[in-house]
Design a protein around this ligand. Structure first.
Ligand SMILES: N[C@@H](CCC(=O)N[C@@H](CS)C(=O)NCC(=O)O)C(=O)O
Length: 240
């Protein structure tokens, strides 16, 4: 992983860790409502790996993720970043797969190559086809370039529906009827799906058109790993 020291990150200038009572192996730069950070929180929880949250406020003061200090840690100016000792790793899918390779007790991917590819395909449909179009910086760009002509929320709802519809079709045929998840138990795909559905609900997508997705969300919502990763249960949650 990328050594943080390579970027001489003055970490102390960012928000201080909110759960600093004990030194943990992992630290996660996160924001309570970030769906990409939410994915990694679920993966860490499923694997039973404790971590310390380091909140990065994506909105306050124009966004802490854009500060020079934070860009020393992630030159992309995005959350999440996983820190392990002095090593920083970016991109939620790379982080989840790294954890999966290192901690095998609770696999996020099946063993069989074709099954692995199918799960990755569904996961990437969330990560590459839905999420990037709806990211905060895309929203800000649309607001700036198309004021009054394009409603950024309509844009988001459109791309979420466009993305969920084919996922739903694929799941109807493949979802595991006995477990209620895509496979025997939640894994990489659920780590990505559940945060995207959280966003969809937040912005008012009518999810009744996607009953299989909703049933997976309901099943996952019963598990502590998902409950503890939920935005409202984060130390930086702003619940007013
Ligand atoms: N592909 C990246 C996406 C990361 C990402 O876009 N994070 C969002 C929050 S969900 C972010 O930091 N946005 C800040 C911005 O757009 O300025 C990943 O999977 O880690």
């Amino acid at each position: 992983m990328m050594p943080v020291t390579q970027f001489s990150a003055p970490l102390s200038k960012l928000s201080s860790p909110m759960r600093a009572e004990q030194a943990t192996r992992f630290k996660l730069y996160t924001y309570w409502r970030s769906s990409a950070a939410y994915r990694v929180r679920i993966a860490l929880n499923l694997k039973g790996l404790p971590f310390e949250s380091i909140p990065v406020h994506l909105v306050r003061q124009g966004g802490e993720q854009l500060s020079e200090d934070y860009r020393h840690i992630n030159p992309q100016g995005l959350v999440p970043v996983l820190l392990e000792d002095d090593q920083a790793l970016t991109q939620s899918m790379a982080i989840c797969e790294y954890l999966d390779e290192c901690f095998k007790d609770y696999p996020l991917l099946p063993l069989e190559p074709l099954e692995r590819a199918r799960i990755r395909s569904l996961t990437l449909q969330v990560a590459c086809e839905i999420h990037p179009l709806n990211n905060l910086r895309v929203q800000n760009y649309l607001k700036q370039k198309c004021p009054g002509t394009l409603d950024p929320v309509d844009w988001m709802l459109h791309w979420m529906r466009e993305g969920f519809a084919p996922i739903e079709k694929q799941l109807v045929h493949c979802a595991n009827k006995s477990s209620g998840y895509f496979g025997e138990r939640p894994g990489l795909f659920e780590c990505f799906l559940i945060p995207q559905v959280y966003n969809a609900n937040r912005f008012g997508v009518d999810m009744t058109a996607f009953p299989t997705i909703c049933s997976i969300v309901t099943q996952c919502g019963k598990l502590d790993a998902f409950k503890q990763a939920a935005p409202e249960n984060q130390p930086d949650a702003e619940l007013v």
